[in-house]
Design a protein around this ligand. Structure first.
Ligand SMILES: Cc1cc2nc3c(=O)[nH]c(=O)nc-3n(C[C@H](O)[C@H](O)[C@H](O)COP(=O)(O)OP(=O)(O)OC[C@H]3O[C@@H](n4cnc5c(N)ncnc54)[C@H](O)[C@@H]3O)c2cc1C
Length: 465
């Protein structure tokens, strides 16, 4: 049995590791177009900030670890064409030219690429790029380009276009690096994946650390500064009232989301679904015989929403495992995402799982969201922090549908949202969250865990159970 994985990131490597784990006799080849297999691109902001001191430290596993697991790696090799009936993959590389690899089963893990928004100066023959200090950010190659700008051009200021989680992490990172950061976001509040009430708290944290945050601000163009103008670049934007906003900057980072990279699979006849991602069933099978796909290039099965597109590293790992197991003949199913995520912004963290009010409504629920606060541990023990919570439940059934948390980065915001994720996964009601037997000691918690107090506030506020 020869398995070929395309893409050496979370999905491709997870599939390869699972196949080798289940059957060490399986021949596994991973084709990757760069030279950085199994790198944690989620850690890029912390390398840019300097907290991770060497890019090599971002590797989940070293090349030697991967080879010891028994997979054959083909770095700097691009998959060009899938011959589905012939079970062949055409690849090219600088040293070997074009080659044809036979496969029994194929796993497509081509991931996502950053969206290049329609901003003047970002495309066309005279497009600005890394040499001008204008960057997109997704791959290790993009990271090296950012670091060249940071280290060689010694920028004093940066504009970050976009205030999603990567934009926020990079605002933190570049501020830690000593740059004066301006963040421009076209929506009304930063971190639009949480309710504006929590987004406003994130906004305040950015401002407290010197980031100039411009919401309701749509970037129109990036141009080279002319002699006499400050900075290396000029960013032109429009505010909500139509007025012009201009900022000078030495570097610009455009981080406005990703789109699935599906051209290879689509050219081979793969059916596409939501947001143009490859349509797969929960077994990660595409419509093409013996072709599986996983990670940011595929649609996401969501436990409450049905089919959506929610590209996340945690999901790519799980889907990759399923694809690797099933490529060997297994029958595992991806259990479904809840979109559980967390982001650290300076000293604070924001997290969410499940659905917000409007998402729940569009999925046919009758949601009600109640906000509350609780301490992360008994306030009489030093160092306690307030946690702001938003709990969403279904009025008709009392079912817990979603939770959002904001609080200090040491207040276990990530692990607390995981309590809610576990409860939603198992279909619990909001009221039943209070019945969970959770741990307590005053320096670390309270007899009623904060998440349980959030659930109780929902029950009190709605008079439902
Ligand atoms: C800065 C940053 C921070 C992030 N932080 C988090 C986080 O905190 N938590 C979280 O859950 N997620 C996070 N993510 C998202 C997470 O990294 C992705 O969801 C995850 O990496 C997706 O893995 P993947 O294997 O599907 O795709 P990718 O990581 O996109 O990898 C796909 C790989 O396939 C290769 N490839 C594509 N086409 C070909 C071809 N034709 N031939 C050969 N190779 C090809 C690409 O070069 C690429 O290396 C972050 C992403 C970024 C950029």
């Amino acid at each position: 049995m020869h398995l070929v994985m395309i893409g050496g990131s979370d999905a491709g490597i997870s599939a390869a590791l699972r196949a080798r784990e289940l059957d060490p006799a399986t021949d596994v080849t991973v084709v990757l177009e760069d030279a950085y297999p199994n790198f944690s691109i989620c850690g890029i902001p912390y390398y840019v900030s300097g907290e991770v001191t060497h890019w090599r430290n971002l590797a989940h596993r070293t090349l030697a670890d991967l080879e010891a697991a028994g997979m054959r790696l083909r770095p700097d090799t691009t998959a060009r064409r899938i011959d589905v009936p012939g079970h062949k993959l055409v690849v090219t590389s600088a040293d070997r030219g074009e080659e044809v690899l036979g496969y029994d089963k194929l796993v497509v893990g081509t991931g996502a690429v950053p969206v290049r928004p329609p901003i003047g100066g970002l495309s066309g023959p005279d497009a600005l790029g890394p040499d001008d200090g204008v960057h997109l950010l997704h791959s290790m190659g993009d990271t090296f380009a950012v670091m060249r700008t940071v280290e060689q051009a010694a920028p004093a200021s940066a504009v970050i276009v976009g205030a999603g989680y990567i934009g926020l992490e990079m605002a933190d990172a570049l501020t830690v690096r000593g740059l004066a950061v301006t963040q421009m976001e076209q929506l009304g509040e930063v971190l639009p994946t949480v309710d504006p009430e929590l987004g406003a708290l994130v906004h305040a944290e950015l401002t407290a650390h010197g980031v100039q945050v411009l919401t309701d601000t749509t970037v129109q163009a990036i141009t080279r500064a002319t002699p006499g103008q400050p900075g290396r670049l000029q960013v032109q934007a429009t505010a909500a009232d139509g007025s012009a906003v201009t900022r000078a900057a030495d570097m610009v980072l455009v981080v406005v989301g990703v789109r699935p990279e599906t051209s290879l699979a689509a050219d081979a006849g793969a059916e596409l679904g939501v947001r143009g991602a490859i349509a797969v069933n929960p077994g990660m099978r595409s419509n093409l015989p013996d072709v599986f796909a996983a990670g940011d290039c595929v649609i996401t099965h969501h436990r409450l929403l049905g089919v959506t597109y929610l590209p996340l590293g945690t999901t790519a790992h799980k889907q990759g495992l399923v694809a690797g197991e099933n490529a060997l003949g297994g029958n595992r199913q991806f259990a479904g995402s809840l979109g559980t995520q967390v982001v650290k912004v300076f000293e604070q963290a924001a997290s969410r799982t499940g659905l917000r009010d409007h998402e729940a409504r569009s999925a046919g629920f009758d949601p009600v969201t109640v906000g509350s606060e609780a301490d992360d541990h008994k306030a009489y023990y030093p160092g306690s922090h307030r946690i702001t919570m938003r709990v969403t439940g279904d009025r008709a059934t009392g079912r817990l549908l979603g939770m959002q948390l904001f609080g200090h980065k040491n207040a276990e915001i990530a692990k607390r949202i995981d309590i809610a994720a576990t409860a939603i996964f198992h279909g619990m009601t909001v009221g039943a969250v209070s019945d969970l037997d959770l741990s307590y000691t005053p320096p670390l918690g309270s007899p009623w865990e904060a998440v349980q107090m959030g659930a109780q506030a929902w029950v009190r506020g709605t008079r439902l159970r």
